[in-house]
Ligand binder design. Structure first.
Ligand code: IMP
Ligand code: MG
Length: 175
């Protein structure tokens, strides 16, 4: 992947500050209630681990896996690859995604999780591409709205690469 040129889109400092704000806001929203934070694998693993450390609540973590992308295309048919293991019935659930592009994945996950009858479902996405929307998905907290360029870093990948970058970048020489 070394032939690809990256251009920083969101710097580490901006990510840190926005995540602190979202964490504080979720802490305020749920006050002294307990919540289940759900990480959507794989892309949100870094965002999730930074965000939960900014939420000061009685909190349990669980993981859900979904696949919908191949290379750079969102396929529109999301599939569950790993289901939640904690019971969600009557729990406040905070669903944490890396990015909402067409909206199919978020919509699919919300429908899937609603069947588990949580007390409430709050969605958080670090990034949102409003111009790429194909279906309306529930978006309660959005870190940053971005354009339609393919992005990598801070958990997001291109063919498995770049997830470890501490910032979000566009790839300037993709055709
Ligand atoms: P959606 O179903 O089209 O909204 O796509 C959501 C999923 O596609 C996200 O959870 C990501 O895993 C992946 N995705 C969407 N856009 C990008 C991108 O620009 N870079 C890397 N992954 C992306
Ligand atoms: Mg994702």
């Amino acid at each position: 992947m070394s032939e690809l040129q990256l251009a920083t889109l969101i710097e580490e400092k901006a990510l840190r500050e926005r995540i602190r704000q979202i964490g504080a806001s979720l802490t305020e929203k749920f006050r002294s209630e307990s919540v289940v934070a759900l990480c959507v694998l794989k892309g949100s693993f870094i965002f999730f681990s930074d965000l939960v450390r900014k939420i000061d609540l009685d909190l349990s973590c669980d993981f859900v896996g979904v696949s919908s992308y191949s290379g750079m295309q969102s396929s529109g048919n999301a599939k569950l690859t790993l289901d939640v293991s904690l019971p969600l019935k009557d729990k406040h659930v905070i669903l944490v995604e890396d990015i909402v592009d067409t909206g199919y994945t978020m919509k699919f996950l919300c429908e899937h999780l609603s069947q588990k009858e949580p007390k409430s479902l709050t969605t958080v996405t670090l990034l949102h591409k409003p111009d790429a929307e194909k279906v309306k998905a529930q978006l309660d907290y959005v870190g940053f709205k971005i354009g339609n360029d393919f992005v990598v870093g801070y958990g997001l990948d291109y063919l498995g690469f770049y997830r470890h970058l501490p910032y979000v970048a566009t790839i300037s020489n993709l055709n």
